[in-house]
Design a protein around this ligand. Structure first.
Ligand code: ADE
Ligand code: ZN
Length: 338
């Protein structure tokens, strides 16, 4: 073994798939609801926690979008991001590429400048305060359709220097990637990085479309890629990163239990996999909790953990010089334990 089961000094990790709204812990939800006079179905913490059980992606999204109503002011967004970054730093995260869902905030009456100002106030000083380099990826919500996606992207371009990429999330089945091509073409022309959720609940065809029609650089989730050998060959040949979220997959019943997760097979097939928390407040934990579960329930060994850490850094959109420094730290930790 390279490292002790719970390393005192965690390896540098990049978290590439997390939704900032999905880090809204029940305690903060209650606090913000009171502060902003937003009524909730319950104000009892334990009853609230009891609602965090899901049958599938849609049952989660219903609660996730409902909870976002408590976010009203710049301060709320700053506190939300601060809490995530502080917790992520303790998990070893040195780089965070953070999704946010502006369409729901707009629908809740929150203008884009409030969202951007609030999040930026946290992210811009995250390196000094938490040792985390952090950037935003704007997600369009696929259930609202491509025209609405194009509208919000164009509106957000006023804040072009505040985000580095475009992603696509929300309900997957029935909302294939291809119709969003015009939105991704606009983002590409703006020099934004391109990613998309695909192959979480829907099949490999959605991953093909994300690659070939949208031209994405990474696939978020992608666990259903294994069903299509030609797709696996393509993903392996081009080393296209798949941002896998193990605890999320179990919570949303993509896999019945962690022991049934196909992560070991994905790694064994040579896919470029990274580990992520997705919506840590809803799915039972942050990045270190995901790794602990992989060690404990899937028997992932420390050499594989180090490879996953390396993958996360390589797959990130951080500047190359910064990536080289973190990769050197991982190499040094491996050397020290070999
Ligand atoms: N929005 C937040 N989490 C999501 C997920 N796991 N899949 C799709 N949309 C999401
Ligand atoms: Zn996600």
């Amino acid at each position: 073994m390279f490292f002790s089961p719970a390393p005192a000094q965690p390896l540098p990790l990049a978290e590439l798939h997390m939704h900032i709204e999905g880090s809204l812990e029940p305690e903060m939800l209650l606090r913000l609801a009171r502060r902003n006079a937003v009524s909730l179905p319950t104000e009892d913490l334990e009853t609230l926690r009891g609602r965090y059980k899901f049958d599938d992606l849609q049952s989660f999204l219903n609660l996730y979008y409902e909870s976002m109503r408590v976010l009203r002011t710049e301060r709320d967004y700053t506190e939300l991001a601060d809490a995530y970054l502080e917790r992520a730093a303790r998990a070893g995260v040195v780089r965070a590429e953070i999704f946010f869902d502006p369409q729901t905030h707009l629908e809740n009456g929150i203008p884009l400048d409030v969202v951007f100002n609030g999040l930026s106030a946290s992210l811009d000083s995250a390196r000094e305060r938490f040792g985390v380099s952090a950037d935003l990826i704007l997600c369009v919500e696929r259930h609202r359709g491509p025209e609405a996606a194009e509208r919000v992207l164009r509106e957000a371009l006023e804040f072009r220097d505040r985000f580095i990429g475009l992603g696509m999330d929300s309900a997957e089945v029935g909302y294939p990637p291809a119709p969003f091509k015009p939105v991704y073409d606009i983002a590409r022309a703006e020099g934004l990085h391109l990613v998309a959720h695909a192959g979480e609940e829907a099949g490999p065809d959605y991953i093909w479309q994300a690659l070939d029609v949208l031209g994405v650089e990474r696939i978020d989730h992608g666990v259903r890629a294994l069903e299509d050998p030609a797709l696996v060959d393509r993903l392996v040949a081009e080393q296209i990163p798949l941002t896998v979220c193990p605890l999320s997959n179990v919570s949303l019943k993509v896999f019945r239990e962690l022991g049934h997760h196909t992560l070991p097979e994905m790694i064994g097939r040579g896919l470029m996999v990274t580990i992520n928390s997705d919506d840590p407040a809803y799915f039972g934990g942050y990045l270190d909790d995901n790794f602990a579960a992989l060690r404990g329930e899937l028997g992932i060994d420390e050499e594989t953990v180090a490879r996953l850490a390396e993958n996360s850094i390589r797959a990130s959109f951080a500047p190359e010089a910064e990536k080289a420094g973190w990769l050197a730290q991982i190499a040094a930790a491996r050397g020290a334990d070999a």
